[in-house]
Ligand binder design. Structure first.
Ligand code: UDP
Length: 165
């Protein structure tokens, strides 16, 4: 009964990333995993990786020219990261909520229990990334996990996932 109610909304995949500052903090991964558990996300994919500057530039190309772009690009290629594909109903907006707002002062004041509210250092070093729409999630999952197909997962795995198998 509870399961039926829980799956009444659309099942989605989203991309969550622990940025280099988050990987360097001893408590971030623990807090993130606790949020995954507490909020019934399923980890579909997970890997550690590090970007070259060109990867960073490509991923954040929509911000090219903005005052923080160079700082962001340098930061995102400064150390290891951990990327997750997470599944849940309303995964995209739910993960954004758990992550907190982009700007750290806003995160601290409006969402102190969020990952950015707890661990964000600056507007750039803000601990985590999460896709902001289903379209971004599809594109970003493809960027981090080129071997993974959202369409194929939805077709092949989603029915079993829904049925709890
Ligand atoms: N960022 C920054 N300064 C700003 C706004 C954004 O350094 O004033 C960085 C920050 O790391 C952020 C990333 O650029 O996470 C991408 O910005 P976006 O607006 O897409 O925010 P997000 O979706 O990550 O919350």
């Amino acid at each position: 009964m509870l399961l039926t109610a829980r799956l009444a909304k659309a099942l989605q995949l989203t991309l969550a990333v622990v940025k280099p500052d988050g990987m360097a903090h001893p408590l971030v991964l623990e807090a993130l995993h606790q949020k995954i558990l507490d909020n019934s996300f399923v980890i579909v994919k997970c890997k550690d990786l590090a970007w070259k500057k060109q990867d960073s530039e490509k991923f954040y190309v929509e911000h090219a020219g903005r005052f923080f772009y160079q700082r962001l690009v340098e930061f995102m290629s400064s150390g290891p990261m951990r990327a997750y594909v997470l599944a849940r109903e309303d995964a995209v907006s739910h993960w954004r909520e758990l992550m907190g707002p982009t700007k750290v002062f806003r995160a601290i004041y409006t969402s102190p229990a969020s990952l950015r509210g707890q661990f964000g250092l600056t507007d750039t070093r803000n601990t985590t990334h999460g896709s902001d729409s289903m379209e971004s999630a599809r594109r970003e999952i493809g960027f981090f996990f080129p071997e993974f197909s959202v369409e194929a997962w939805m077709q092949q795995e989603e029915p079993a996932f829904r049925a709890g198998r």
